[in-house]
Design a protein. Structure first.
Length: 452
């Protein structure tokens, strides 16, 4: 949702209050990449023609190294450009960068065809499929993060050891604990509100220095747009204030950072297609049950989209509030899928994703699985009661290698996302696994240096 109209941008550029427009796309890792463009040049040229970026932006590892295996981008293909096409519905002020507005871009080849492996395009495809079926997805993501008193530069220089969290004990729901870091959290909240997001609340979490800011749900695409802008902006604001904060899934051996994804389908007329007040057990329609059944059927082969890094899988520890069992339950936080709300607020919470997730990919996966459950009229097992950690349930993949095998060999993934997308993100996982396999970790040094 835009917080800045084109006319307002033109007026602000004319009076000098805005001099820069950040044009950004989201890369495979969920990060914003792009250009800062002079305000008047944006209005005169980029607004009409877009801008360009090297197509390796969707074919590098997290360190921006060019790597082999991507069909769309390689030395053999010359690392040519693709177009960044501004989506003006996303235009907004970003008050944490003086004189700046930001607009997100779709990614297209220079012949105007879609770059289908672009995360935003992957989600757009699933949103369109859902619309073609007469429905839309409403979505909200909840991102946890840990804040440290060290700056990002100090953390790097210290090798990320002995960092000082802003809270040195569990401050889950603690008003006092939140007050210790409220100036930073308040600035983030107000800046995101100025950028067009509807802020709900902030609360402390379990890990030392861990907090969560919640925003109101919206349609799937705009919510994922807000997610990536907030995540980037929160880190920029923290840096300006002399802190470092991280959304990585498991920054230490305590509780990890989650990104719970709340999602429901509605009719395009706003009708609550997942709700049936006559259902005494859950207040849920047959379509709602089929939606959840689709999640259960496909969660394992979609895990790579929810857990895209080696570190992601270290969240899945029994009793840690990160799920291990692929079950659904009514307001049951031991299950991977938690049904919450009643009537218009009825929705499913996917608890698998961590704070490192690329929201476009994860939400696209949830939509695809739900739509498949509906199309095939899948039957839903009974809600799980009790502690799913101690059950004999099917488990979430415990490693990136296991998740990769499930994704790469899934005929349904190929059918739903296309062979190019399947191959592209298969290669991304293989690159990460290979890089990790060559790394010498502190665990190995402490365990082996003197003893062998």
């Amino acid at each position: 949702m835009s917080s800045l109209s084109l006319d307002a941008l033109k007026a602000a550029v004319a009076d000098g209050s805005i001099d820069t427009v950040v044009v950004a796309m989201t890369d495979m890792q969920g990060r914003l990449t792009g250009k800062r463009i002079h305000g008047q040049f944006f209005l005169d040229e980029v607004l009409k023609h877009g801008t360009e970026g090297c197509n390796y932006l969707l074919a590098v590892d997290v360190d921006m190294n060019t790597v082999a295996g991507y069909e769309m981008s390689s030395w053999e293909r010359g690392y040519s450009d693709f177009a960044l096409v501004p989506d003006m519905s996303t235009l907004r002020l970003i008050d944490w960068q003086p004189g700046a507005a930001l607009v997100l871009a779709d990614v297209a080849w220079l012949d105007h065809s879609d770059v289908v492996a672009s995360p935003r395009q992957i989600l757009r495809k699933q949103v369109k499929a859902l619309n073609d079926a007469g429905m839309e997805a409403m979505c909200g993501t909840e991102l946890e993060f840990v804040v440290y008193k060290d700056t990002y530069e100090q953390a790097w220089d210290k090798g990320y050891k002995n960092l000082i969290p802003v809270n040195q004990y569990n401050v889950d729901y603690s008003i006092l604990g939140g007050s210790r870091i409220e100036p930073l959290l308040r600035r983030i909240r107000l800046s995101m509100a100025a950028a067009g997001m509807i802020v709900e609340s902030v609360k402390g979490e379990c890990n030392f220095g861990q907090h969560e800011i919640a925003f109101k749900y919206s349609d799937a695409l705009s919510n994922c747009d807000n997610h990536v802008i907030y995540k980037n902006g929160a880190k920029e604001i923290a840096s300006q204030e002399g802190y470092a904060l991280t959304f990585m899934a498991k920054p230490n051996e305590r509780e990890g950072n989650s990104s719970h994804i709340h999602l429901s389908f509605r009719g395009k007329d706003g009708s609550m297609v997942m709700v049936d007040e006559g259902d005494k057990e859950q207040g849920m329609s047959d379509l709602g049950r089929q939606f959840i059944a689709g999640q259960i059927a496909h969660l394992r082969e979609l895990t790579l989209l929810f857990a895209p890094n080696i570190n992601s899988y270290k969240r899945y520890v029994p009793g840690s509030f990160a799920p291990t069992a692929i079950r659904w339950g009514r307001d049951n936080r031991t299950c991977a899928l938690r049904l919450v709300g009643h009537g218009p607020s009825l929705r499913l919470e996917n608890r698998v994703a961590g704070g490192d997730v690329n929201p476009y990919l994860a939400v696209a996966g949830i939509i695809a699985a739900g739509l498949d459950g509906i199309n095939k009229k899948m039957a839903l097992e009974p809600a799980f009661l009790g502690n799913a950690y101690e059950s004999d349930s099917v488990r979430i993949p415990s490693s990136m290698s296991e998740a990769l095998e499930l994704w790469e060999n899934s005929a349904w993934v190929k059918e739903s996302f296309g062979a190019e997308v399947q191959a592209h993100y298969t290669n991304m996982a293989k690159i990460e696994i290979a890089a990790y396999g060559k790394a010498i970790t502190d665990w190995e040094l402490f365990r082996n240096f003197e003893r062998f």
